[in-house]
Design a protein around this ligand. Structure first.
Ligand SMILES: [Zn+2]
Length: 185
């Protein structure tokens, strides 16, 4: 499993093949910041699924009750603008830039697809889970999840109300028809 350090500072001495393997490992394994956030959410009482393959982009954390998914993004791989961990290596710059842009495009496509399915998407950058900003980030994520959950519950309540009104309307219409028939009209 890659260490936190590896995913931030990319040694520029790797061959493209080594680099590829490194990146594949980073993408597939649960990263340390991800585990940290998961544990924090669990302690706060949130229950979730991880790496749900059925959802677009295989979100890192899925909270069905709150209709929310969370992605923990590496600052370099996903191009965290203005972040000190987002520095494109000086050699093979074009390769890196193209790779990062492709990731960003894919990310946006994934968010759109999830949002179209009614999921709220939270992005958290690895740098935001570092010691100095960890507590604040967990609080932010936690309140965002709760807000999303409330919005989801109220939209579900609204939908149930509309369905109920529709059922009542249908019943009234049926009864009216029955009455008309009984009267021979
Ligand atoms: Zn960052």
């Amino acid at each position: 499993m890659p260490t936190e350090k590896q995913s931030e500072t990319v040694p520029d001495v790797l061959t493209p093949d080594q680099r590829h393997r490194n990146m594949a490992a980073i993408h597939s394994a649960s990263t340390k910041p991800e585990l940290k956030l998961r544990r924090a959410l669990w302690r706060l009482g949130f229950r979730y699924r991880v790496n749900d393959k059925k959802l677009p982009g295989k979100p890192d954390i899925v909270l069905p009750k709150y209709r929310t998914v969370i992605f923990i993004h590496g600052c370099l791989w996903h191009g965290h603008q203005g972040c000190r961990y987002y520095t494109v290596p000086k050699t093979n710059t074009d390769f890196w830039k193209a790779k990062i842009i492709r990731n960003q495009e894919r990310d946006q496509e994934v968010w759109r697809r999830l949002e179209a399915k009614g999921w709220a998407v939270i992005i958290i950058w690895e740098c935001q889970l570092k010691k100095e900003s960890y507590k604040e980030s967990v609080e932010r994520v936690s309140s965002e999840i709760k807000r999303n959950g409330e919005a989801y519950q109220s939209s579900m309540a609204q939908r149930r109300k509309i369905q109920e009104e529709y059922r009542l309307l249908q019943r009234e219409q049926r009864m009216r028809l029955v009455t008309l028939k009984a009267k021979g009209i």
